[in-house]
Design a protein around this ligand. Sequence first.
Ligand SMILES: [Ca+2]
Ligand SMILES: [Ca+2]
Length: 281
Amino acid sequence: MPTSRPFAYNPGSQISGTLKFGSLAVGTPTSGVTGNPRWFNGPDEELGYVIAQSVSANTQTVPDGSNASIGFFRSTALTENAFISIAQVVAGNQTFASGNAAYTWLTGNSYWASWVPYSAGVFKTTYSGYFNDNVGFFATATPASIGGNPATSVQTTSIFEPAQDDGENFSCQWLGYFKPTTSETYTFYTSSDDASYVWIGNNAVSGFTTGNPTVNNGGLHGTIEKSGTATLVAGTYYPLRIQFGELSGGDVMTFSYSTPTITKTTNVTGLVFYNSTTNGF
Ligand SMILES: [Ca+2]
Ligand SMILES: [Ca+2]
């Protein structure tokens, strides 16, 4: 996710290259926007969930002392409860049972929110061709059903490429979020043949390279397990990207995790989510 993004008051038709929510224009994903209408950077989304609203009559005071027609709210933490708390204030002290329920109300009432409509599971796409440790491969590769790998699928209980030989020269990418149940250091593992990588956190969305993965299990090899760690906060949705590829011979990818209080397991039930609008983040 971007750390902040540009907003403008736009009661007119949608501005090319932006999203329109009620009378708000929202720049996407991170690029600054210049020219008319006047654009404002929203609050840093790494620090909390952001809600933006249009303010009629140009009465929202902004830091330079002028007035604007946009106002922002930001939750105190990147957790579901913190988002619900601020959404309930914005909605006039309504009670929301979940972040998704709050998001539905907000977007239905012309607010923009950085909350994602989370659905259970991670979204897996399988592609023709071996990515060969080129993390940009997936952006232009062609989805295909290969062996036991559907072209697209959602994995909710474990994240894997089947241990059987599913063919040659293909790659898989998984996109979504990992929401830990505990605040501690998580160790993530992939056991793969051939290369695999895991990114947890904002690098998973943009800026991911073979130099900054949480788990680096790159290169051509038979089944090898590699691991890496990340210090996580309970209840936070961390962006998750996993890449894997098979050149020839055996093929498998198994994802697992452990912590000082959780025995190593492949079971991610209830811990992984994806945005079903984008099939990713
Ligand atoms: Ca194979
Ligand atoms: Ca292989």
